[in-house]
Design a protein around this ligand. Sequence first.
Ligand SMILES: [Zn+2]
Length: 169
Amino acid sequence: MKLNVTQALKNPGQEYPFEGEQTMASQIVSGEEITFDPVALRGVYSATEDGSVTVEGSLSTVAHGQCANCLEPASVSIEADYRETFQRNGDPEDDEIFAYEGYTLDFGKLALSYTLLSLPMRMLCREDCALLKDDSGDDVCLCQKEAPTQRPFAALQQLLTEKSNTNEQ
Ligand SMILES: [Zn+2]
């Protein structure tokens, strides 16, 4: 997302609203690929006399990955607040600062850093996925329990059992 800040630079101290969307490439986090819905950003920005531009607002997106417990697809809503100052003609390679050139802010780096910071350590398909245990005390995933597994041999097993019972009589 690009934001033209010409007006703000002409009127230092004046706040201007902004909103927009930042698309984000998939990221490898702890060896897992995470994809993201477009990041929605909104807030206000204002410039200072020296040409720095401060942005303050919130962002939201949905991250899609794999459940850390059952490996089923997992989606997690992410929201974050930020307040950052873009330095005019700052070094774009410097990880410690946000920089811009000319009259345009690029929200790519901001969206990426705040989204990754807000990612949960473990993505779960549902909040209680990791907490469930089956009758034997083993951890099971509720989603696996709810989705009836195909057990083509169960019926056969039952037939065999009935047959052996009959033979014993
Ligand atoms: Zn799960």
